[in-house]
Design a protein. Sequence first.
Length: 164
Amino acid sequence: MKKTTAKAKTSPVENEAPDAIKFLEAQHREVEDLFKKMEDLSDRAHRSRGVIFEEIAHKLSHHAKIEELIFYPEGKEVDKDLTLEAYEEHDVVKQMIAKIKRTETSDETYMAKVTVLKEVVEHHVKEEEEEYFPKTRKEFGDEHLKELGAKLKAKFDKLEAKQA
């Protein structure tokens, strides 16, 4: 009798990126899931909140870095205004992360700060996915997006390896 093995499901973030936009969108979904996990915790789960927030901060940091180093410089040729706005939104996110890291998880303002961060990230993601990515997909084409996806994944993996 032949034994069959089921293939493990992997996300584009874990596996080879199909293209740059799909790779970045998969990272957006991961961060959304982490924010949801954090919201679902009880008000007294301070330690768990801190652990999840550190993961959110880590993912957002690496995501922003690869976008800023690889995707945005080329995207600027497609839509300069949206690209410059995206850089500014990243700066706001970085400032908010730093502020949250300085706040105790038991502080009554902690979750309010996290909620505002989530809203800023949601706005940024919506703008990227509804405006910026469609424009860049049309301009770059499939082949170039695959090349960019490989670069994004390689840089992301390098950042992850440094973090480990």
